[in-house]
Design a protein around this ligand. Structure first.
Ligand code: CA
Length: 237
């Protein structure tokens, strides 16, 4: 991937901010910096003619509004710019809070620059529109299971003919389930294939997103996502 991508670095501690910016530039990224949540929200919508960031590195502890709130406001405004949280705390509840608010990943301080850059590249790859993503064999396919229809090229989902609005993560999760109809997929498989995480991923994130999908799909027909207790999930009529 060419890395002229623009990363918005939101961090109030100058030395950490400088360190991250220097390292990212060394790795070929462009950077913009913000010191507060308010500055971050402004930087995401720059004046006309200025480029928007491709990704936001968002510190959780900021002097004004915290990083979670910044992300919540962005998503509420329909902004899907990928977010990686920088968190000093690695408690499951914090990481799940961040991810369920629409964050794409998190990195716990202190982190290594290599790990950070790897996470940034992984999130940018996942966020790439279907057309520029590495083409899977079924690129652009319309997946169908029962009355559920997912169009990978147009990023649309319908159930019984009714369009269902999904976030990018919900969409990827549903697409993966639909590519493996009837198969029980473990939480680890889902974390790896949908989130791009290895064994360090938090399985609670999968449970949370499955519940989001059910909340959106179940009102339109009989349940399609089935839990195999202690194992994982399967999508079938
Ligand atoms: Ca901070």
């Amino acid at each position: 991937m060419s890395d002229d991508r623009r990363v918005l670095v939101v961090e109030d501690e100058a030395n950490i901010r400088d360190l991250i910016e220097t390292a990212l530039r060394f790795h070929g990224f462009q950077t913009v910096a913000a010191r507060t949540g308010a500055e971050a929200l402004r930087a995401v919508r720059p004046p006309a003619g200025d480029r928007r960031p491709d990704l936001i590195l968002l510190d959780v502890l900021l002097p004004d509004i915290d990083g979670f709130e910044v992300c919540r406001r962005l998503r509420a405004a329909g902004d899907d710019t990928p977010v990686i949280f920088l968190t000093a705390r690695d408690t499951p509840s914090d990481t799940v809070t961040g991810l369920t608010l629409g964050g794409d990943d998190y990195v716990t301080k202190p982190f290594s620059i290599d790990a950070l850059v790897a996470r940034i590249r992984a999130v940018l790859r996942r966020a790439a529109p279907a057309a520029t993503a590495p083409p899977p064999a079924e690129d652009g396919q319309v997946l169908r299971v029962a009355d559920l229809e997912l169009d990978e090229a147009h990023w649309t989902v319908r159930r019984a003919g009714v369009e269902v609005e999904l976030s990018p993560t919900e969409f990827r999760l549903l697409a993966y389930l639909m590519r493996n109809p009837g198969r029980v997929l473990t939480r680890a498989q889902l974390l790896e294939n949908v989130w791009g995480w290895g064994r360090d991923g938090n399985p609670q994130v999968v449970e949370t997103y499955i519940s989001y999908l059910r909340r959106k799909l179940d009102p339109l027909g009989p349940p399609l996502i089935h839990t195999r207790r202690g194992v994982g999930y399967a999508l079938r009529p």
